[in-house]
Ligand binder design. Structure first.
Ligand SMILES: Nc1ncnc2c1ncn2[C@@H]1O[C@H](COP(=O)(O)OP(=O)(O)OP(=O)(O)O)[C@@H](O)[C@H]1O
Ligand SMILES: [Mg+2]
Length: 478
C-alpha cells in the first residue's frame, strides 16, 4: 500500500468511525470486547479440555487393555472361550467410552468379541495387519487413533502372555468426551451472549448518562446561537462536562451583559443626539432673542440718540449726549463679545486650554461666588485642538454639575500630562450620587456627553462618587 492510498484508507475509516454517535462508539467497543473475550476464553478452554480428555482417555485405554490381557491368559490357556467373552462383555459394559473389545489368537483368528448379532467387522482386521503387522510390535502395548462412522476411535492392543496367546484389543470412542466439551462450549457461548447483552444494557445506560448533559449543552448552544442569550446549560454533575457547562454559561452571561451595555449605550446615544439637536435649537433661539432684545434694542436706542443729537443746538448738550451714546455703544460691544465668547471661547484657540479654563474659572467664580475654585495645570505646551476642546467641555460640564448638584462648597481641577497621556481630574466635596443609577435613568445628557466626548478622541472617562464628594477622571492618549 503506498502512502496516498494508506492515507485515503485511514481517512475513510475515520469518516466512518467519526460519523457515528458517541453512543454507538461506546456500544461498539463494549460489544467487540465482550465478544472477543468470550470467544477467546471459550476457544482456549475447549482446546485445553480436549487435550486433557484425550490424554486421559489414552491413559485409561492403556491401563484397561493391559488389565484385559492379564486377566484373559487363564481362560485362553483353559480354552474357555465363554469366560473370555464374558470378560470382554463385562469390561465393555463397565466402561462408558468402550466401543468394542476382542481377542485374536496366535494365528489371527477371532476368539471372542463384543459385536453381538451384527457380526465382527472384518475391516478391523485390516487395521490389525496394517498397524500391528510387524511381529516385533506384537510384543508391546499399542495405541492407535482412527476415524470411523462412529467418530474418532482410540484402538488399544495388548499382547497376551507376551504374545504367545494372541492379542486383546479395545476400542474407546471420543464421543462422550466431545459431547461434554461441546456442552461446555455451548454453555460458555451462552454466557458470552448474556454478558454481551448485559454489557449493551449497561453501556446504553452509561452513554445515556454521559451524553445527556452534552446534548443539553448542544441544545443550549443552538438557543444562544439563535439569539436567546438568557438560555443556560444545566449543570448535571461536578465533572469535566459540568465544568464545560459552567464555562459556557459564564460566556453566555458575559454576552448578555455586553449586549445589554451596548443597548443602553445605543439608547443613550440616540437620546444624546436628540437632545443635542434640541439644545442647538434652544441655543439659536437664545442668541436670536439676545440679538433682538439686547443688541437690537441698544442699536435702536443709539439710532434714536443720534437723531436727537442731530437736533441739539448747544455744544454742551451735544457732548453730554455723545458721551451717553459712547457708554451705550461700549455696553453693547461688551454684550456682543460675551455672546461670542459663550458660543466659542476664542481664547481656547488663541492661548490654549489652561488660559481658557482660567478664564472660565473666573466667570464661574462670578456666577457662583459661594464656591471655592482651585485650578492646577501641568501641561507643558499646547495639545491637539480636538483634545483641548474635548477636555475644556468635559471640565466645564463637571464643574457645572458640581455647582448645580453636589451641594458642596469647593471644586478642584487638576490637569497633568506625562508619557503621551493627558489626565484631567475634577473633584467636588459634595454629597455624591449614584452614578450607575443616573446613567441608567437615561436623561443624563451631561454624563453621557462627557463619556462620549472622551471616547471620540480615544480617551476614557470614569466617575467615582461617594459620601465625601464626586471625582471625574479623564485620560486621553495623545
Ligand atoms: N457632582 C455631582 N454631585 C452630585 N450629583 C451629581 C453630580 N454630577 C451629576 N449629578 C447627578 O447626576 C445627574 C445627571 O447629571 P447630568 O450632568 O447628566 O444631567 P444634568 O446636569 O441634570 O443636566 P444637563 O444635561 O444639563 O447636564 C444630575 O441630575 C445629578 O443628580
Ligand atoms: Mg450636567
Amino acid at each position: 500500500m503506498n502512502t496516498a492510498s494508506h492515507t485515503a484508507f485511514w481517512d475513510k475509516l475515520w469518516a466512518l468511525v467519526g460519523g457515528v454517535s458517541v453512543r454507538t462508539k461506546i456500544l461498539g467497543i463494549i460489544l467487540a470486547l465482550t465478544v472477543i473475550l468470550g470467544l477467546g476464553i471459550t476457544w482456549q478452554v475447549r482446546a485445553v479440555m480436549t487435550r486433557v480428555f484425550v490424554a486421559e482417555l489414552g491413559q485409561r485405554g492403556l491401563s484397561v487393555v493391559s488389565d484385559l490381557a492379564a486377566r484373559s491368559i487363564d481362560p485362553i490357556l483353559l480354552n474357555d472361550n465363554f469366560a473370555v467373552h464374558q470378560l470382554l462383555s463385562d469390561t465393555v459394559a463397565n466402561h462408558p467410552d468402550a466401543l468394542y473389545a476382542f481377542v485374536l489368537d496366535n494365528e489371527g483368528r477371532v476368539l471372542a468379541h463384543t459385536f453381538g448379532a451384527s457380526g465382527f467387522p472384518l475391516a478391523l482386521l485390516d487395521l490389525e495387519s496394517e498397524v500391528y503387522g510387524a511381529s516385533e510390535s506384537k510384543r508391546r502395548i499399542q495405541h492407535r487413533i482412527y476415524s470411523s462412522n462412529q467418530g474418532i476411535v482410540h484402538d488399544f492392543s495388548a499382547p497376551i502372555f507376551d504374545g504367545r496367546s494372541g492379542v486383546v484389543r479395545l476400542g474407546l470412542t471420543e464421543n462422550r468426551l466431545s459431547g461434554i466439551v461441546n456442552a461446555m462450549t455451548g454453555q460458555m457461548l451462552l454466557t458470552t451472549i448474556v454478558v454481551a447483552l448485559v454489557g449493551i444494557a449497561a453501556a446504553s445506560f452509561l452513554t445515556w448518562l454521559l451524553t445527556r448533559p452534552i446534548l443539553a449543552l448542544v441544545d443550549t448552544t443552538h438557543q444562544v446561537g439563535k439569539g436567546d442569550l438568557s438560555a443556560r446549560a444545566p449543570h448535571w454533575a461536578d465533572d469535566e462536562i459540568g465544568a464545560l457547562a459552567d464555562a459556557f454559561n459564564a460566556m453566555a452571561e458575559n454576552l448578555e451583559t455586553s449586549r445589554q451595555a451596548i443597548a443602553e449605550k445605543d439608547m443613550a446615544r440616540t437620546q444624546l443626539l436628540e437632545q443635542l439637536i434640541t439644545a442647538q435649537e434652544e441655543e439659536r433661539k437664545r442668541i436670536a432673542r439676545e440679538l433682538h432684545d439686547d443688541v437690537g434694542q441698544a442699536l435702536t436706542s443709539l439710532l434714536v440718540g443720534m437723531k436727537v443729537a442731530g437736533q441739539l443746538e448747544s455744544a454742551a448738550e451735544m457732548r453730554a449726549k455723545s458721551e451717553e451714546m459712547r457708554t451705550f455703544a461700549a455696553e453693547t460691544l461688551e454684550q456682543v463679545r460675551l455672546l461670542s465668547r459663550q458660543l466659542r471661547p476664542s481664547v481656547l484657540d488663541d492661548l490654549g486650554l489652561a488660559a481658557a479654563l482660567n478664564r472660565y474659572a473666573e466667570e464661574f467664580r462670578q456666577r457662583h461666588p459661594q464656591f471655592a475654585v482651585d485650578l492646577h495645570f501641568d501641561l507643558a505646551g499646547r495639545l491637539p485642538p480636538t483634545v483641548e476642546t474635548t477636555l475644556y467641555r468635559i471640565v466645564q460640564e463637571a464643574m457645572t454639575n458640581a455647582a448645580r448638584h453636589s451641594g458642596g462648597g469647593a471644586v478642584s481641577v487638576l490637569l497633568t500630562r506625562h508619557d503621551g497621556h493627558v489626565r484631567a481630574i475634577v473633584e467636588d466635596d459634595g454629597q455624591g450620587f449614584d452614578v450607575e443609577g443616573a446613567r441608567r435613568a437615561g436623561r443624563s445628557v451631561g454624563l453621557h456627553g462627557m463619556a462620549e466626548r472622551a471616547e471620540l478622541v480615544g480617551g476614557h472617562l470614569e466617575i467615582e462618587s461617594g459620601g465625601d464628594g464626586t471625582a471625574v477622571y479623564v485620560e486621553v492618549t495623545l
